[in-house]
Write a protein that binds this ligand. Structure first.
Ligand SMILES: [Mg+2]
Length: 266
């Protein structure tokens, strides 16, 4: 198997809540030592990549900043590379505005004549900013979102994620955004760019049937589903989707990679 790199989901795959998932630390550290490349992915556009470096490092699997890709970074890179839009109104956190700035865009306030709207998971949402976004969207500006996940898992229960904000704005304006992030090409392109590899050289590992697995299946990239997060075997069966591999957890993916000779046995 000619695998040279991995795109690896974080939540539900490398960790579950506050704990590293089974086999994750050994897998990530062997990847780092092996010379195979790895980029970790999240559709959460509310935090900076640096926060994930800290989190993974604290869990015993240190990564470099360039090995972390958020949907906010992927969305900003997509706008920069595929459109002439440069002045997004950001309905999102400062981390998303920073990601846009780093990609060469100029986050622009309501009164500054933005040329598009970019919606993310906005932990700092206020009614005033929701109103501004609604007015801009109703006025016809190109409208994008970093991802469309409806809910975010939290120890307290499910929380409203970007998809819930999209729904509120759709109720107000009847418009829906162009979705970026997982499972769209924007995330794959940004991930492959970070890896410096092509589709046939990469495997995607993740726990979600609506994001991680279609990121692979829709783009001809091998994918491994782990059942350690959001997806049960029953839900997989109901979905009709056929990931290349189905594993209990990332430790089992690691074992299979050793058996296939992609990684050395130890
Ligand atoms: Mg996940």
């Amino acid at each position: 198997m000619q695998l040279k790199g991995f795109l690896i989901d974080m939540d539900g795959t490398l960790y579950i809540g506050p704990r590293a998932s089974t086999g994750a630390v050994a897998f990530m550290n062997q990847l780092a030592a092996s010379g195979l490349r790895r980029v970790v992915l999240t559709n959460n556009s509310s935090r900076s990549g640096a926060r994930y470096v800290e989190r993974l490092t604290a869990l015993g699997m240190p990564v470099r900043p360039e090995e972390v890709l958020t949907s906010g970074e992927a969305a900003a890179a997509w706008l920069q590379g595929h459109t002439a839009l440069r002045r997004p109104y950001i309905l999102g956190t400062q981390a998303l505005a920073d990601a846009a700035g780093a990609a060469g865009l100029t986050p622009t306030p309501f009164e500054g004549e933005p040329d598009c709207v970019l919606l993310g998971y906005d932990l700092d949402l206020t009614y005033a900013r929701l109103t501004e976004a609604a007015l801009l969207i109703a006025g016809g500006l190109p409208y994008y979102a970093t991802h469309a996940d409806l809910t975010c898992i939290d120890p307290r229960g499910l929380l409203p994620d970007a998809g819930a904000l999209i729904a509120a704005l759709e109720a107000t304006t009847t418009r829906r955004p162009i979705i970026l992030g997982k499972p769209t090409t924007s995330m794959l392109e940004a991930g492959l760019g970070r890896l410096g590899l092509s589709r046939g050289e990469v495997m995607i590992i993740g726990d979600q049937l609506d994001t991680d697995i279609p990121l692979g299946l829709n783009h001809g990239v091998r994918c491994a589903l782990v059942l350690s997060g959001e997806t049960s075997a029953a839900r997989l069966a109901d979905s009709g989707l056929r990931p290349d591999w189905v594993c209990a957890h990332v430790g089992e993916v690691h074992q299979r990679l050793i058996e296939e000779g992609v990684l050395g046995g130890g």
